[in-house]
Design a protein around this ligand. Structure first.
Ligand SMILES: *[C@@H]1O[C@H](CO)[C@@H](O)[C@H](O)[C@H]1NC(C)=O
Ligand SMILES: *[C@@H]1O[C@H](CO)[C@@H](O)[C@H](O)[C@H]1NC(C)=O
Ligand SMILES: *[C@@H]1O[C@H](CO)[C@@H](O)[C@H](O)[C@H]1NC(C)=O
Ligand SMILES: *[C@@H]1O[C@H](CO)[C@@H](O)[C@H](O)[C@H]1NC(C)=O
Ligand SMILES: *[C@@H]1O[C@H](CO)[C@@H](O)[C@H](O)[C@H]1NC(C)=O
Ligand SMILES: *[C@@H]1O[C@H](CO)[C@@H](O)[C@H](O)[C@H]1NC(C)=O
Ligand SMILES: *[C@@H]1O[C@H](CO)[C@@H](O)[C@H](O)[C@H]1NC(C)=O
Ligand SMILES: *[C@@H]1O[C@H](CO)[C@@H](O)[C@H](O)[C@H]1NC(C)=O
Ligand SMILES: [Ca+2]
Ligand SMILES: [Zn+2]
Length: 601
């Protein structure tokens, strides 16, 4: 789909020779899954959005960049120089967007530029290891056949009018900018880019309006919705009993605890990582029920979910889960500098003021059988909306099903880590689907307590069905779960695509625990060498080094490279074997299965 000129292809070809890595030859993938997505915007209107394919190369132990031999060069300069060298672009066509240094690699997220204006959908990411060698390059840089004049002829006000009408929302006042946008006909148009929101409807878009033609050309949707498939209702037992947990906060991740507001400690379900409301942000939070930080509100499953007792219990449970996910992911690298969600960043980098706002029984029960999470860019808060589920009487509250809360919260993690905090990298069908997969996989990870590998089912409590809300349990058994890479080509619904990825990750997880064992302290001990810790490291590391608009192929390559970065490639064959067992082998492409593993595996 994307037309690159000869110069471009040549430089990619040289890159392979230069990189001398047999692991990952860049493979342009033709399917629309990896570049497009049809979205229903307001009133039955469909808009097909476009993202140039993410090319991806990984370099095992790393390759040199042009500034490597010089002293005092920052990783920002190095990454820009590397990109210039690789793609043959001029310095003023590359701009640094964001970046940070993790414990094993430095991440730089770059954008293509023209006349000092960024491209919205031509981006790059470069990872440089501690030996100052480049280990991964993702990019969607383009060579457009034409580029629109860089001064808009349509006013911002007129563009807002156009987008508000098309999206049934209102410009939210967040600073707008002028960007270039590459269309799938390989022309670059100039756009006004700004956020349009409809709080009641729960929509939140970044709108791109042609600044010369005044038409809405694309949107990035910050909302990841979960719509759960349901099987016939059968009777179910609520299996998990409530427990009183003392000081569950991890002070390494949350140094001032969970109730810190930047100056003082609150007495409610509100703090540095999350604030949990009732219904809407004009609703109230749950207060301490006893002495300092005691939140003791038993749930009564026999009464309506909207009794005062049950709302209090739901807010406390949600607040506990969102904070726990913050703390676990923080330990494995989703920190302030890596664009996480916090009110106060304690001077550790990143943009602050963006804790998660969680709404329990959001929208006063208008919506049911769902939950969603909105991820705006770093510096703007995430929004989690939990709804009631109507398969039982009384109805059940999603806030009590931990896997659903973790699933939603993980949308924020994957969206922020991929692409450097922009939250616009999961907009294609395939990447959006994989986002659902990472969310299910994280939910599964958090529920494990020992080395036993069991099939995993999501959403049993809310759906009142032991089969949960997905089409198959996640399983290593090919009869129980037959999903393969090739199935992706026949799927368009994001949760269905997500199941294929989550099941591959289930298989990877099982293999890692098989090889390295299980450590129950992994949640707070990322130094653990056990399989569950190793797996979560690669889960988080790979999100940060994969390209914008990832595909199954590039995400797999990012896992393989993340293992080289952190473990010297010790798990290479374990990873390849598992991915290949589900069709994502060395020669897999275009949603065609391949079971090949590298010859040394
Ligand atoms: C992948 O499929 C697309 C059509 O969907 C085709 O244009 C492209 O050439 C294929 N690529 C390969 C490598 O087979
Ligand atoms: C806030 O509470 C935490 C415990 O959760 C405590 O460590 C910290 O000192 C408190 N901060 C203030 C300013 O009271
Ligand atoms: C919550 O709000 C309701 C009214 O909306 C009020 O009656 C109640 O006292 C509030 N509860 C708390 C704990 O603030
Ligand atoms: C709870 O919800 C039911 C059904 O929507 C409604 O009739 C009732 O008034 C609500 N109760 C409270 C305490 O809000
Ligand atoms: C929850 O919000 C509703 C209004 O949406 C209010 O009537 C009710 O008192 C609130 N309950 C609690 C426990 O905050
Ligand atoms: C896989 O699942 C099927 C169906 O439940 C079962 O018959 C079979 O024994 C399982 N295979 C293994 C290796 O556990
Ligand atoms: C997917 O679609 C192709 C044709 O488009 C078909 O040959 C194949 O059997 C389908 N696979 C599945 C699993 O349905
Ligand atoms: C992990 O290792 C680092 C560096 O060796 C050390 O500073 C840290 O305390 C360790 N963390 C835990 C939880 O053991
Ligand atoms: Ca942040
Ligand atoms: Zn989801």
């Amino acid at each position: 789909m994307v037309a690159f000129n000869l110069k471009f292809f040549t430089s990619i070809f040289l890159a392979i020779v230069y990189g001398s890595s047999a692991l990952a030859a860049p493979s342009p993938i033709g399917s629309k899954h990896t570049t497009h997505r049809k979205r229903e915007i307001a009133r039955g209107v469909q808009l097909e959005t476009y993202h140039p394919v993410g090319n991806y190369e990984t370099y095992a132990e790393g390759v040199d960049h042009p500034l490597r031999k010089r002293d005092g060069v920052s990783f920002k300069e190095s990454s820009v120089a590397f990109l210039q060298f690789k793609l043959g672009v001029d310095a003023d066509n590359v701009a640094f967007h964001s970046g940070y240094e993790s414990d094993i690699v430095s991440h730089a997220y770059l954008k293509q530029a023209h006349d000092g204006i960024f491209f919205a959908n031509a981006v790059a990411n470069v990872a440089i290891n501690k030996d100052d060698r480049v280990v991964a390059l993702g990019h969607s840089f383009v060579t457009p056949s034409s580029i629109a004049p860089s001064a808009p002829s349509i006013s911002f006000e007129d563009a807002v009018t156009t987008a508000e009408a098309a999206l049934d929302g209102t410009y939210n006042g967040h600073p707008a900018d002028i960007q270039y946008f590459t269309k799938d006909d390989n022309t670059a148009i100039l756009v006004h880019a700004f956020q349009v929101q409809n709080q009641e409807a729960g929509t939140w878009y970044l709108a791109y309006v042609d600044a010369h033609a005044n038409t809405l050309v694309s949107v990035s949707d910050f909302v990841a919705k979960a719509s759960y498939l349901v099987l016939p209702i059968t009777k179910e037992i609520l299996t998990q009993g409530f427990e009183t947990l003392i000081d569950p906060q991890d002070v390494e991740a949350s140094p001032q605890g969970w109730h810190w507001d930047g100056t003082t400690n609150s007495t409610t379900t509100s703090g540095n990582n999350a604030i949990t409301f009732n219904g809407s942000t004009s609703g109230n939070v749950t207060s301490e029920s006893g002495p300092r930080f005691v939140f003791d509100y038993p749930q009564d499953a026999s009464t309506a979910p909207n009794t005062t007792a049950n709302i209090n219990a739901a807010r406390v449970n949600n607040f506990y889960i969102v904070n726990s996910v913050h703390d676990i992911s923080y330990r494995y690298g989703f920190t302030e500098a890596a664009f996480n969600f916090q009110q106060d960043n304690f001077g550790k980098g990143g943009a602050e003021g963006d804790r998660v706002t969680a709404l329990i029984q959001a929208g006063s029960g208008i919506q049911v059988d769902n939950a969603d999470f909105t991820t705006p860019p770093d510096g703007q808060g995430g929004i989690m909306r939990m709804f009631l589920w109507d398969f039982t009487s009384p109805h059940r509250d999603g806030a009590f099903e931990n896997d659903i809360v973790v699933h939603e919260n993980t949308h924020g993690i994957s969206n922020r880590l991929t692409g450097g905090g922009t939250a616009v990298c999961f907009q294609t069908t395939e990447a959006g689907g994989m986002g659902e997969g990472w969310s299910d996989a994280m939910a599964e990870w958090t529920e494990q307590t020992d080395a036993t590998i069991t099939d995993y089912v999501l959403g049993q409590y809310v759906s009142n069905n032991p089969a949960g809300v997905r089409t198959h349990p996640y399983s290593t058994n090919r009869t129980t779960n037959p999903l393969m890479y090739a199935d992706v080509g026949n799927l368009t619904e994001v949760h269905n695509i997500g199941e294929v990825w989550a099941n591959m990750l289930h298989n990877v997880y099982a293999a890692f625990v098989g090889v390295h064992g299980f450590d129950a302290t992994a949640r707070t001990n990322p130094n653990s060498t056990a399989g569950n810790a190793v797996y979560l490291h690669l889960f988080i590391d790979s999100l940060a080094i994969q390209p914008c608009s990832p595909t199954f192929i590039t995400a797999r390559d990012a896992w393989i490279q993340a293992d080289v970065n952190r473990y010297g490639g010790a798990n290479k064959c374990t990873l390849w074997t598992q991915f290949a067992s589900r069709g994502l082998g060395v020669n897999a492409q275009n949603h065609t299965n391949d079971a090949t593993v590298p010859s040394d595996c």
